[in-house]
Design a protein around this ligand. Structure first.
Ligand code: SF4
Ligand code: SF4
Length: 255
C-alpha cells in the first residue's frame, strides 16, 4: 500500500525500493524556479496528528477544521473513511502563500515526507514492514541540488518520527490484517466512532468527560488526569480505545 502521495497525474514514483540508509540528493528553497509548484494540484491524506496540529495552529476546533478544510473519502482497501485536505478552485493547497507554506511548522505528514514516499507492505503478505521510494515530479528542481541525505536523516530533519510515534496505533488500525482481509466490516456506528476517536479530538474529549464513558471503561486516575491536560495523550488514548471498538481488543474494560 502506498501511503504518501502529493500530486495526481503521471506516476512520479521511481520503482526503486529504498531503506533508511538509502541516499538521495535534494534541497528545497525559495530561490528555485519551481518554488511552491508542488503545493498545487495536490492530494493530501491527513493523519490524526496532522488534524490536531493544524486545528491548533488555526485556533479552531477539530470539528470546525474538518468541516471547513476537508472532505471524506472511502478507501476500499481499508474499509474506513479518511480525510483529504480540500483544495482551492484552481486546485492549490489552501495553505500556500506568497512566501511558501503558511503553516510550515505544522504541515501535514505527507508534506514532511515529500519527496520521499512511505510504502507499507500489506499485512496480509508474508513479508511485512515499511519501505520508502522517491517521488520525482518532472517540475521539481530540488533533485538537481548538491545536498545529500539518507532517508533516516531526512525523516529526522522533518520531525517524522514524532508523527509516526503519535499516529502509531492509528496506523495499526487502518492496516489491521482482519480489516484488510475483509474479516472485519465496520458498521455505521463503528465508523462514526472511528471518525470521532481518530480525528475529532475536541468532540472526543466531550464524549469522554461529559458522557457515561468513564462509568463504562476502567480508566485509571493517572490516565484520566493525563488525557484531561494533554491533547496528544488524549489522541493516543482514543486510538487505543478504538482498537477495542473495532477489533474487540478491549484495553480499558470495566471490571
Ligand atoms: S524543490 Fe520540489 S519540493 Fe521544493 S518547491 Fe520545488 S517542487 Fe516543491
Ligand atoms: S500544507 Fe504547506 S507544504 Fe503542504 S501542500 Fe500545503 S502549502 Fe504545501
Amino acid at each position: 500500500m502506498e501511503e504518501t502521495s502529493k500530486q495526481p497525474g503521471k506516476n512520479p514514483i521511481e520503482p526503486v525500493r529504498m531503506n533508511p540508509d538509502s541516499k538521495f540528493r535534494f534541497s528545497c528553497h525559495e530561490g528555485l524556479e519551481c518554488f511552491r509548484e508542488c503545493c498545487g494540484k495536490i492530494t493530501i491524506f491527513l493523519t490524526p496528528y496532522d488534524v490536531l496540529r493544524i486545528k491548533n495552529r488555526l485556533g479552531i476546533t477539530s470539528a470546525e477544521f474538518l468541516s471547513l478544510y476537508t472532505r471524506i473519502v472511502d478507501l476500499k482497501s481499508t474499509k474506513l473513511p479518511f480525510f483529504l485536505l480540500n483544495v482551492t478552485e484552481d486546485g492549490k493547497c489552501p495553505f500556500v502563500g506568497e512566501g511558501g507554506c503558511n503553516i510550515y511548522a505544522d504541515r501535514p505528514l505527507v508534506c514532511r515526507y515529500y519527496p520521499i514516499g512511505l510504502g507499507v507492505l500489506k499485512s496480509t503478505e508474508e513479508e511485512s514492514g515499511d519501505f520508502y521510494f522517491r517521488i520525482k515530479e518532472p517540475f521539481c528542481k530540488g533533485f538537481e541540488e548538491d545536498k545529500e541525505w539518507t532517508v533516516r536523516q531526512w525523516r529526522e530533519s522533518q520531525e517524522i518520527d514524532r508523527y509516526d510515534f503519535i499516529n502509531k496505533n492509528w496506523f495499526e488500525i487502518v492496516l489491521n490484517k482482519k480489516l484488510l482481509a475483509g474479516d472485519v466490516e465496520p458498521d455505521e456506528k463503528s465508523q462514526r466512532l472511528y471518525m470521532l476517536g481518530s480525528f475529532d479530538t475536541d468532540s472526543f474529549r466531550n464524549f469522554v468527560f461529559e458522557s457515561r464513558f468513564l462509568d463504562l471503561y476502567d480508566v485509571d486516575e493517572v490516565t484520566i488526569e493525563m488525557i484531561k491536560e494533554d491533547e496528544v495523550e488524549l489522541l493516543k488514548f482514543a486510538h487505543k480505545w478504538l482498537k477495542g471498538v473495532l477489533f474487540g481488543e478491549y484495553v480499558y474494560p470495566r471490571r
